[in-house]
Write a protein that binds this ligand. Sequence first.
Ligand code: AR6
Length: 173
Amino acid sequence: MNEIKNRICVYQGNIVKLGTDAIVNAANTSLLGGGGVDGAIHAAAGPELLEECRGLHGCRVGQAKLTKGYRLPAPYIIHTVGPIWQGGGQQEAELLASCYRSSMEIAAEKRLSSIAFPAISTGVYGYPRQEAARIAIHTVAEALQQHSGIKKVYLVAWDKETALLYQSLLEQL
Ligand code: AR6
């Protein structure tokens, strides 16, 4: 597991600043923008992003779609739609894992070597932070075993609490 551990890092701050090959957006099914990290990404990437998103005709929960990064330092954005937390009985865990897995698959297909994820579903969508962090780390670690071309995955935390959570889960891998 050490080799995998070394390919995951925790970053606390604004994901739009990262110059990884792709950053992941925690979008909604319309892909037409919103608040939170979605709003920050659209604001930083510029209006061309919304234009491209219009042509994608939305995205299902648990799936992901690729666009260019436009004015972002990252050349690509992978838009994924996390589940809305409804108490845990609506396949939220499977759907959240699927967001991470699908995004990693797109990155691998595009031969990208670095990707940054926000804590999908843990804002407006209300997913409990600890459980979401556990799913993020484990799904990313599993996907890294499959996709040797992805050299670095950044787990981006907006707040200190999430950063510490990621850090301690990563140490336990
Ligand atoms: N950089 C990194 N992380 C951020 C940033 C940022 N700039 N801004 C917020 N976060 P959320 P969701 C963290 O609500 O729960 C949108 O309106 C935030 O602290 O952005 O998946 C979409 O259009 C939290 O930990 O996404 C959807 O309608 C995490 O990112 C809906 O919100 C995710 O919070 C999606 O909700």
